[in-house]
Design a protein around this ligand. Sequence first.
Ligand SMILES: Cc1cc2nc3c(=O)[nH]c(=O)nc-3n(C[C@H](O)[C@H](O)[C@H](O)COP(=O)(O)OP(=O)(O)OC[C@H]3O[C@@H](n4cnc5c(N)ncnc54)[C@H](O)[C@@H]3O)c2cc1C
Length: 405
Amino acid sequence: MATAIFAARLMPTRSVVVLDGAGKLGAKILISGGGRCNITNCVVTPADFFGGSPNAIKRVLAALPVARTVAFFREIGVELHEEEHGKLFPKTNQARTVLEAMIGEASRLGVRILLKHRVTSVRRDAVGFHIATDAATLSAGNVVLATGGRSLPKTGSDGSGYRLAESLGHTLVPLTPALVALVLDGVFHVPLSGISHDVELTVEATGWKPVRVCGVMLWTHFGVSGPATLDLSRHWHRARLEQRKVEVFANLVGGMDTTAIEGQLFAIASAQPRIQLCSALAQLIPSRLAGAILAELKVSGTTPMAHLPKDFRRKVVKALVRWHLPVRDSRGYKYAEVTAGGVPFVEVNSRTLGSRKCPGLYLPGEILDVDGRIGGFNFQWAWASAWVVATAMARPAKPDPPATE
Ligand SMILES: Cc1cc2nc3c(=O)[nH]c(=O)nc-3n(C[C@H](O)[C@H](O)[C@H](O)COP(=O)(O)OP(=O)(O)OC[C@H]3O[C@@H](n4cnc5c(N)ncnc54)[C@H](O)[C@@H]3O)c2cc1C
């Protein structure tokens, strides 16, 4: 949709048609950000993204800086406001505002939107592109394959776009879910369902530097969710994809190290010498979690802090700093917010996102091998890559620079 709007603005004399297999447009916009649509973030850098080539990502992000995204949404009537961690939402706090403004702008520009037109094949010959949908066939001079990833297939992005890309000569960096909750073995997590707190999560995979993520983790009936878990999930999946042995550990005190936790416990014990261990721990982590950890460690929570043997204290502190999360799997594409992997950047020109395999074809959005962390980064990628594609189509064609550039 963004590519169609930008293309119609830049090339008012060309006919722009959006084909969507879904019965309604923008399902992901409507459910995004808990129904409020986290449109972008105040600060977006290549470090907020994974996959692909950092240089190509940098170039695309630079083409449409956040300020221009904000200005674009203002132009179409969507004012934004900032929330914690720089997240930008529509002032109405309703994703529908964003979708309706985009549909309104597309219609003002004369973009034809054909719903329930699922693209089943795209063929290119000397004349141009021939597109077959389950409702009609069309011809076009350029094709933009903005079919998203595989996550939440019921929204329409079911991965069929990857097959279309392959049929036009592209390969794929293997796909995995990303920004997805993790399923844990055992039952430790079950009674903790609903508790959320600050953690530092670490993925340790053989041959990799540990990957750390800080933020809020939510315990659930199936395992763990919340922003920190979602951000971590892609690393767990990529390690598994590469057949590495992988473990996940949680620092349950928001990343505080052993010395700092020991210091806090000493301070609590000296201020309240008769305080029991579980009450002391409840000053550092949620009390239900403190009780569950002590039960798991077989350490009595009623022991007064002043009488707590040193080795028990050490055992508890070690558990807080490095709690093993027995990750069995993630909740998969059905629940994932994005898909990692996709069409490799070496197969597109990073200045245009035009295909090097099929001239006239463009690939913006999640179909490429790039995934952002939580916080509005994936949509910023969608807007910026759409802008790159639209401006490229509006420029007279130049030969591609070499792939190594
Ligand atoms: C629950 C959830 C919440 C999210 N929240 C946020 C958020 O708040 N902020 C953020 O930045 N990101 C968020 N994301 C991620 C963001 O929605 C995606 O990264 C973004 O929508 C990708 O844009 P896209 O245009 O590449 O693909 P999509 O938005 O997935 O759009 C692809 C479109 O192509 C259509 N399509 C696919 N295949 C075919 C075909 N063969 N023929 C015809 N049409 C086809 C689909 O119907 C769909 O309309 C969220 C994702 C989910 C699932």
